[in-house]
Design a protein around this ligand. Sequence first.
Ligand code: NAD
Ligand code: ZN
Length: 342
Amino acid sequence: MRALVKAEKAEGLVMRDEPVPEIGSDDILIKVRKTGICGTDLHIWKWDEWAQKTIPVPMVVGHEFAGVVEAIGSHVRTVKVGDRVSGEGHLIGMKSRMARAGHFHLDPETKGVGVNVPGAFAEYLKIPAFNAIHLPPEVDDEIASILDPLGNAVHTALSFDLVGEDVLITGAGPIGIMAAAVCRHVGARHVVVTDINDYRLDLCQDVADVVTVNVSREDLRAVMERIGMREGFDIGLEMSGAPKAFDQMVEHMIVGGKIAMLGIPSGKTPVDWNSVIFKSLTIKGIYGREMFETWYKMIAMLQSGLDIRKVITHRMKATDFAQGFALMKQGSCGKVVLDWST
Ligand code: NAD
Ligand code: ZN
């Protein structure tokens, strides 16, 4: 089968022939139709410090996918050949306290598809049947291929009650943009999104009816005053990984505000703890998606009118992957979706 492989401990990825994965009794084999390129894949492409520590070489990468079930293991009862599926890319153990309590997404033994084990940038993908998510007709293949990052957005956004709240989202990457659409969908009042990249902020406005602020030249406090906000944001969703963005968020939160942190800083970063303490802020770290409540909620929201399609700005054949990665490097795109069926 054709697959995108991290073949050497160096920059780049290669498309080459790989054996079709062999499934065990609890697994399913998916014929992949579409995949999304994630920021994580870009780290792997660039072979940065994190990738060097994490990615076994050689390995097929990629973790955002949708496809059709081609084969099932002998124990599988919940999935049939021909089912249209996406899937949770975090493979969990069942030994830890949290997993055994049913909090699967908090299992410390989690392994990532396309990060620790062979991934989805291929014609065929193997995952445990437990991780499969059935797709309703309202969720077509290209939307299904980005449910993983939409799930990050939904998990973060739904961490706190948003109804009637004023929300600050720092970072208008694909995930920040989708989180903005979710905040609107569930009934937040003001949703303000910051970035330093105009392309991303324009795209954000295209996807969701929100206020955008380019913090490299606009004053956030002045924007708050203009829209009639007096005290500060009730909810903060940090989706940039930029230490400056987090500082700005803390500064503009209401006393007693709540922050959910998804963005991953590149290393240890100083925090103004005095502000966090004297503002009595709640800060929650977010990893992945809740298994499987996030999947349930996001599919339900897509069925009830949540529209994030415009966040997909580029669609191309899998063989044109290099062009997709180049766009990602420049930041001049939303989601890039690769088609494996042609
Ligand atoms: P992205 O890199 O495409 O977007 C980040 C955005 O932040 C960019 O548009 C960038 O211009 C912007 N930014 C940079 N400095 C800023 C500043 N000072 N103020 C405001 N915005 C600023 O990333 P993405 O794919 O949308 O993902 C968002 C973040 O979530 C990334 O940090 C990613 O690594 C992280 N992530 C975490 C998880 C998890 O499970 N915790 C999962 C997926 C992604
Ligand atoms: Zn991803």
